[in-house]
Design a protein around this ligand. Structure first.
Ligand code: VAH
Length: 325
């Protein structure tokens, strides 16, 4: 395992919901020019494009990643490029090719170029109906019922293999649903928890695609970014888990989220019309035990439902008032 420090970072999936905010935070910490943002089809925001290098990369093409690694002398990869659960059920081949092909390429490049470290996000989608759903433990049954979940279980095993076989310092967390105000999510089952804020502020009403009583583990973006960076900056000896760490911020039902929003927008009305994503949500846990991450590298979330809702409504209201989308 390399003992060098992380200096020049590549973020794949940098135009996505998490990648776009993670890149900005990494640029604050490591310097704009030392963090290369890589996207595939989505155009980068002005903020992303103007704060450091940007490259278009298709992660299923190893040579496209390798070209950027060589051009910028990259020593660390945050590999976020992925197809999420809902899109993955509509196009399972795409989900397999991007999620598995992309990860394999990133790990092979990290091995061949002896990179310092790799971050790769797994998800609570690794869990399935056979998994204990309350306070889901770190080590448990992983029989997902989505292609996205299959790629996340396989991805965790691949990362563990690259650590054991080649000593590659690859690290991972299992994201719950992530809520944020900067970049809308693209094709996940938990997208309702973001869309509801946009619709409540703009139109005072929202049609939610899961039942009112659907409870899922969630996390606010500032905590998501903190988890990624804290994990990557932890001393190697503290990291005992090389598949992926359970992490979470909070759990709430769609109805509880709507009620919290109504405290700020009393006229807000939410109706519930479950679609195919209900079956996916019903296969996932209600709450997560993240005690191992807390013990091994000091994980501790900051935001609960009330604090997140307040911050989301403030940030989105301010942005919409300026006429921005
Ligand atoms: C999805 N946002 O909905 C992702 C996440 C736990 C959910 O992995 O697919």
């Amino acid at each position: 395992m390399s003992t060098k420090t992380m200096k020049r970072i590549l973020v794949t999936g940098a135009t996505g919901q998490i990648g776009s905010e993670l890149t900005i935070e990494l640029r604050k910490r490591y310097g704009g020019d030392n963090v290369v943002a890589a996207g595939h089809k989505r155009k980068p925001s002005e903020k992303l494009f103007s704060s450091g290098p940007f490259e278009y990369v298709n992660v299923t093409q190893k040579d496209e990643i390798e070209k950027v690694v060589k051009k910028y002398d990259i020593d660390t990869i945050y590999h976020l490029a992925a197809v999420l659960s809902a899109v993955g059920e509509q196009n399972h081949q795409l989900a397999w090719n991007v999620n598995m092909g992309g990860l394999y390429n990133a790990l092979e490049i990290a091995r061949e170029h002896e990179l310092v470290r790799v971050f790769w996000p797994s998800s609570i989608a690794v869990f399935g109906p056979e998994t204990p759903r309350v306070n889901t433990p770190q080590d448990t049954v992983l029989i997902p019922t989505t292609m996205y979940g299959v790629t996340k279980v396989a991805g965790e095993l691949l990362c563990n293999y690259y650590f054991l076989r080649f000593g590659l310092d690859v690290r991972s967390v299992r994201y719950p649903g992530i809520i944020s105000s900067e970049t809308p999510p693209g094709g996940g089952t938990t997208d309702y928890a973001v869309e509801i804020f946009y619709e409540a502020i703009k139109n005072k009403r929202y049609t939610c695609f899961v039942r009112e009583d659907t409870v899922l583990p969630m996390m606010y973006m500032p905590d998501c970014i903190k988890a990624d960076i804290d994990l990557m900056e932890a001393g190697p000896s503290r990291i005992k888990c090389r598949t992926s760490y359970n992490v979470t911020g909070m759990s709430f039902s769609a109805g509880e989220l709507a009620a919290e929003i109504k405290k700020y927008i009393p006229e807000f009305e939410c109706e519930y019309k479950p679609d195919f994503r209900q079956k996916i949500a019903d296969s996932w846990p209600l709450s997560i035990d993240d005690s191992v991450a807390r013990e091994e590298w000091g994980w501790k979330p900051t935001y609960d439902l009330a604090a997140m809702t307040k911050d989301m409504i403030e940030k989105l209201s301010k942005r919409f008032a300026k006429g921005k989308p």
